[in-house]
Design a protein. Sequence first.
Lengths: 186, 186
Amino acid sequence: MKEVKVDPRIRRTRKLIMDAFIELSSQKEFKDITVKDITAEAMINRATFYYHFEDIYDLLDKSLSEVLLVNLNCETYKSSELNEEVVSSIFKAITEFQMSLSTRCHRGYEDTIARIIREQLEIIFYHMLVNQRSNDDVQTLKLTSVMLSWGIYGASVEWKRSIEKVEPEAYIKSVLPFIMSGIGGM
Amino acid sequence: MKEVKVDPRIRRTRKLIMDAFIELSSQKEFKDITVKDITAEAMINRATFYYHFEDIYDLLDKSLSEVLLVNLNCETYKSSELNEEVVSSIFKAITEFQMSLSTRCHRGYEDTIARIIREQLEIIFYHMLVNQRSNDDVQTLKLTSVMLSWGIYGASVEWKRSIEKVEPEAYIKSVLPFIMSGIGGM
DNA sequence: GGCGATGTGTTGTATATTCAACACATTCGG
DNA sequence: CCGAATGTGTTGAATATACAACACATCGCC
C-alpha cells in the first residue's frame, strides 16, 4: 500500500533542508532568507538544494504542505469516512496549523499558505468522497471537494479573525448540519 | 595551519556513525553491538560503514580517541608550554574521560582504552616537547613522551582505584615536582 | 552431523552529493 | 554612470553513498 522505496540519502537531505528552513523561519522573515542561508544551516551544498527544490518558493510550498499533513494525517486520511466528527477534527487541525504559523514569520505570504491549505484539503476530501460515493460522477466529486476545501478554509480565516477565541470544535459545530445535509437539511 | 578540506559528506557520515555508536554504547555492552545495529541507528548503509572503518574495533578506537581529544584539545594542545599547570589539567581531563567511560559499558576492553589514552597523550607530549626543547635529540624526546604518557595514565588508574575521591588536581599535585625536575628536584 | 538464522566483510553498479566555474540579475556606494 | 558585492540558477566532472548480491564464519537447535 505504502510503496516507500525512497533513497535514504534523499530523505536525509530533504529533512536537513526543511529543518534548516523551519529553524531560519523562526529567526527572520521569509523574504530575508536566502538559499545560501538554508544550505549553510543544513550543511549541504547549494547545488544539492536545487536538486530537490525548484527554488525557495517551492521549498516554502513543500515545507508547509508537509507540516500541514503531519497535523492532519494520523486521524483522518485513513479513516476515509467523511462524517461530522472527521470534518470537525480537520477543522481543528487547520486552526492549529494556522496558529503555529503565526509564531513564525511568513507575513506577506498569506495567499500562498491559503492555497497550500486548500490544495491539501481538496486532496483529502476527494479521497474520502471517492471511497464512500464511488458511483457518483468524478467531476461532481471533484467540484464538491473544491467547494468543501474553500469553505472550510474560509471558516478557519473567519475563526482566526474573531475576537473571542472559541474552541474550533465549538465554532464549526453549528454549520456541520449544513455541510452534511446542505441547505435543505438545516 | 589547519588544512581542513574534508568532504562534508564524510564529516556528516562519520558523525552519524559515531553518534549512533555512542548512543548504542549507553544501551548495551560493546560485545553485543553489531555493525548492523550501528548502521540502522545511524540510518546509513552497511557498506558505507566499511568505507570509513575497518571494523567495529576500528570504530571503537577512533570514537574513544575523538572523545578524548575533545576533552583535551581546547586548553592544552595549542598552548604548547609543558608546565605544571598544563600537566595538571591534562590529568584532570584524563580522569574525567575515564569517569565518563564508566557510565557506558566497555567492560573487558580496558586494555584498548588504556592504549588509546596513552597514544593520544604521547602525541600531545611529544608535540609540546618538540616546541620547547627543539635542540634535544628526537629519540630522547620520543622516549620521554612515552614515559610521561605511561606515567600519567598509571596515575589516573591509581586515582580511579583509590577509595576516597580526592580532586584530580590535588591528587597529582604532589608528584608535579618530580615530573618537572626529576628525582633530584624533589 | 547438518541446517537455518545471523553476522562479517567485499564487490560492481546506480545514484546522490560535492565542487568549481559560469552567466545573469540586483543592490549599493563612490 | 560604473564597479564591487551579493544572490540566483545551471552545468560537468569527481567523489561518496546506496543497494543487491556474494562468500564465509559462527551459533543454536533438532
